[in-house]
Ligand binder design. Structure first.
Ligand code: CS2
Length: 493
């Protein structure tokens, strides 16, 4: 395994200045993908830089192979973070991780034991929307992995099953309270995570569910940083930054970051505010703002951009047709639906998002963001559509976005491509796509009948169905790029 030669790194690369020998795993993070490496782990690193202390991070992976974690361990858990924008690039080595666990390497029993350790005070997770196995606000008992975990709770394969097993052991050992903190892009992610874990636990043992209610807090958070999946191009940027040394755990992201955390920790927390995190009583308005404006815009550009042959978000932003449509989506259709604290300046927030999306160094692929649409659409678009239907206001950008998603499904979720299509409901989607002719109303109706994506009362509204049919027909006739261009022909509301 290649080790980073710290002495040979270029002098400008900052290395951790705090005493890493005292770090203990006091936070266990499940899902150490690109985002977690560039976000939570950095906040902790910066907190340790300011205040020292022993809040170390154990990172846990439930899928894939242990290669990356092995490489991390052999580098004394150090890895590089490259923050890049058109205005410049900065690279540093992060040092908050002090332990790794991979289910395939260490065995699930070790992971469960680890979550029960008394010194551990927080379990955090980035497992994407689908990782919570929740449907319509409840634990999805039809989910195959949940069924499997409920039948064999000592060998869980889901994050929810693992957390429940760890909490059970913790209760049995009387090792005290703990917090479970979701860091995924879901509204009320703390409540959702609490629901999934507690409902799972209640099916195993009612006493465990009671213990969880009394001893475990589930703070909600709003997390934000654009971190594209690692590509060959980003690997070369990392290597170049490190003076020619590769770092398999290195990561490239934008300079911006934000973390709003509900200050509700059952067993203490690091002083993340020293690293710029906002600790608040209610995260909901921040979550809603970010999900609808940032993520909602991302999904709009992902589907309509990919269909219009734009490879990355910055390619979309470089095309005035797309960037103008995006601004109108935000200003006319998303911002009016929000209720934010009075010190948040929404027009400024929208300007900043446009600037972030235009970062041409990032190469954030539209195809990547287009993944898992069934998990993303409700919180990014559909709540806003419901607002507009109620108020009689226009939502034509949102309607075109929904139609764009439908075209994307029809085009790329066909039976011969379904295995590469990223969505937990891909089989269902491909059945719908195969069952009806492309562009037919029954195809659109088939998608609208997915009740956990499109709320029944929304689909029952004829105005909504008509707007989606119209958007779909427009894309079919003119292509996505022209349909986006024609959005500007309508008067502003
Ligand atoms: C993106 C997010 O892939 C996606 O769905 O919208 O990962 C986005 O980049 C982050 O939420 C930014 O904080």
């Amino acid at each position: 395994m290649t080790r980073l030669d710290l002495q040979a790194l270029p002098a400008q690369i900052q290395q951790p200045s705090y005493d890493r020998s005292v770090l203990k795993p006091r936070i266990a993070h499940i899902g150490f993908g690109a985002f977690a490496r560039a976000h939570g782990a950095l906040y902790l690193h910066d907190t340790l830089t300011k205040a020292g202390g022993d809040w170390g991070l154990r990172v846990i992976e439930l899928f894939g192979t242990a290669d990356l974690l092995d490489a991390l361990a052999s580098n004394d858990h150090l890895y590089s973070l490259v923050e890049t924008a058109d205005s410049g690039t900065q690279t540093r080595l992060l040092g908050a991780v002090c332990e790794t666990q991979h289910v395939a390497r260490d065995g699930v029993a070790a992971l469960i034991d680890g979550l029960a350790e008394e010194q551990l005070k927080i379990i955090s997770l980035t497992v994407t929307e689908k990782g919570y196995c929740v449907q319509n606000g409840k634990l999805d008992l039809d989910n195959e992995m949940i069924k499997k975990d409920l039948a064999a709770p000592d060998t869980p394969c889901t994050a929810i099953g693992l957390i429940a097993a760890g909490l059970k052991k913790r209760m049995e050992l009387a090792n005290g309270p703990i917090s479970v903190m979701s860091c995924d892009n879901l509204p009320h992610n703390g409540v959702l995570c609490a629901t999934a874990v507690t409902e799972f636990a209640a099916r195993l043992d009612e006493n465990l569910a009671v213990w969880i209610r009394q001893n475990v807090s589930f703070p909600s958070t709003m997390v934000d940083r654009i971190v594209p999946a690692l590509s060959d191009e980003s690997r070369s940027i990392i290597k170049e930054q490190l003076g020619g040394q590769p770092d398999p755990n290195g990561i490239v992201c934008e300079p911006f970051r934000q973390w709003v955390i509900e200050d509700n920790f059952a067993a203490g927390r690091p002083q993340w505010e020293l690293a710029g995190a906002q600790l608040v009583a209610d995260v909901a308005p921040f979550e809603e703002m970010k999900l609808r404006t940032l993520n909602g815009s991302h999904s709009f550009l992902a589907y309509l951009g990919y269909l219009g042959e734009k490879e990355t978000i910055s390619d979309c932003m470089a095309d005035p047709v797309y960037s103008q449509a995006l601004r109108r989506l935000m200003v006319e259709e998303q911002i009016p639906t929000l209720n934010v604290p009075c010190d948040v300046n929404l027009p400024q927030y929208a300007d900043m998002l446009c600037e972030r999306f235009s970062n041409s160094k990032l190469k954030h692929r539209t195809w990547q963001i287009a993944s898992d649409g069934t998990q993303k659409l409700p919180q990014r678009w559909l709540h806003s559509v419901q607002y507009h239907l109620k108020n009689g206001t226009s939502y034509r950008h949102l309607a075109l976005g929904i139609a764009g998603w439908m075209h994307f499904v029809a085009t790329y979720c066909t039976p011969d491509q379904v295995k590469d299509f990223q969505d937990p409901k891909r089989l269902k989607l491909s059945e719908i796509a195969a069952g009806y002719g492309m562009g037919s109303r029954p195809f659109i109706d088939g998608l609208l009948a997915l009740e956990d994506v499109f709320p029944k009362e929304l689909v029952a509204d004829e105005r909504f169905r008509d707007s989606v049919y119209a958007g779909f027909a427009e894309i079919a006739q003119k292509g996505a790029a022209q349909a986006v261009a024609d959005l500007s022909e309508h008067a502003s509301v």
